[in-house]
Design a protein around this ligand. Structure first.
Ligand code: PLP
Ligand code: COI
Length: 341
């Protein structure tokens, strides 16, 4: 299929309307079969559960063109599982995990002309989401839901591509203990909007959130998990019940151990330790691995020894291996790559 005429290498992380999307509806206790449609508009009641009480969750994953010309999706089964967990926590009906993967693959296939070419630096971002669609005025879950999947071609999440970022320690909290930080609920992101606007106004690319209970431990950013590298080359990544279980982070932990032979510690990370790390990166579907060069805590600067010019060497190796697996230049672990036929 002929590709769309886009300037693939200069895409930012934005929404571009593509040709087809998937829509399924839940009513009377069951999902319908769902359809592929051209219609990008959603029409719902003014009193829909999502509009009143933010009953919505979403997912994010990517499709890639491999070196040998296939279109593949990275670990969509993991997103299906995480979305099911999000739905359960938000009292929403689970969209069956196998059907989730089928719907995602269908939308990618239908929008083949929008899948960025190999080597362009762009990818196809896939956004499944669900929301309560019928009127709800007392505080309770909706009875009817819509599940949708759209795709949009994207470039790097952070302006400047792979240049190290400066981030700040946020005074706001992202997720409460025993709250919803571990699921991909829209409400977590609504909570973070004031914090990210504030950070951007002050010239920072992102926020480092600390644990709300003690403000001594590193949690994550608004849209990515942290990876740190110690001066002796170990990978350290925060463990917390209130951070999103990043599929990228879990994949990188495997890559670090099994491909690169690195030692990995998944544990609580004290903010006090951060000054002793050699490298820091933000990992996620959108962020891939974006290096952090500087972390500012109320005027006090922590400058990572990897500097402000390029990624540190260990983060670079992790980045190269992960993106090699995604783009088909490095053999993937069993089950990580879903080929869109
Ligand atoms: N943390 C948050 C808050 C996110 O929004 C994301 C993005 O999905 C991640 C972490 C990274 O998760 P993943 O690697 O599954 O995309
Ligand atoms: C993703 O990486 O898929 C996310 O949802 C993060 C968001 C900041 C775009």
């Amino acid at each position: 299929m002929e590709k769309k005429n886009l300037d693939w290498s200069n895409l930012g992380f934005g929404y571009i309307k593509t040709d087809k999307r998937f829509v399924a509806n839940y009513k009377d206790g069951a999902w319908d079969d769902g359809v592929i449609t051209d219609d990008d508009k959603v029409v719902i009641s003014e009193c829909a559960g999502v509009l009143q009480y933010a009953q919505t969750c979403f997912e994010g994953m990517k499709a890639y063109t491999t070196q040998d010309g296939h279109v593949v999706i990275f670990r969509p089964d993991m997103n299906a599982e995480r979305m099911a967990n999000s739905c359960r926590r938000l009292e929403m009906p689970v969209y069956p995990e196998d059907k989730f993967v089928d719907a995602v693959a269908k939308v990618v296939k239908e929008n083949d002309a929008w899948v960025p070419p190999y080597g362009s630096g762009a990818t196809l971002y896939i956004r499944p989401y669900m929301f309560g669609s019928n009127p709800v005025i007392g505080v309770k879950p909706a009875d009817e839901y819509q599940f949708r999947v759209f795709v949009t071609p994207v470039g790097p999440y952070f302006k400047g591509g792979a240049k190290p970022l400066t981030i700040k320690v946020s005074d706001f909290d992202r997720a409460a203990p025993h709250g919803t930080g571990h699921i991909k609920a829209g409400l977590n992101y609504a909570m973070s909007l004031h914090a990210i606007v504030t950070a951007h106004e002050e010239g920072y690319a992102e926020n480092m959130y600390l644990d709300p209970a003690t403000r001594t431990k590193v949690e994550e950013t608004g849209g990515a998990n942290f990876l740190f590298i110690t001066k002796d080359g170990k990978v350290v990544t925060p463990k917390s019940d209130s951070i999103l279980p990043s599929i990228t982070r879990r994949s990188l932990v495997y890559v670090a151990k099994e491909y690169l032979g690195l030692e990995v510690e998944e544990r609580e990370v004290l903010f006090d330790e951060v000054k002793d790390f050699a490298e820091c990166g933000l990992c996620g579907t959108a962020a891939v691995i974006s290096p952090v060069g500087k972390i500012v805590n109320h005027g006090e600067e922590i400058c990572l020894p990897s500097g402000m010019e390029k990624m540190g060497p260990t983060i670079q190796k992790l980045y190269d291996t992960l993106t090699g697996i995604q783009m088909g230049t490095i053999e993937a672990p069993e089950g990580w790559i879903y080929k869109v036929e």
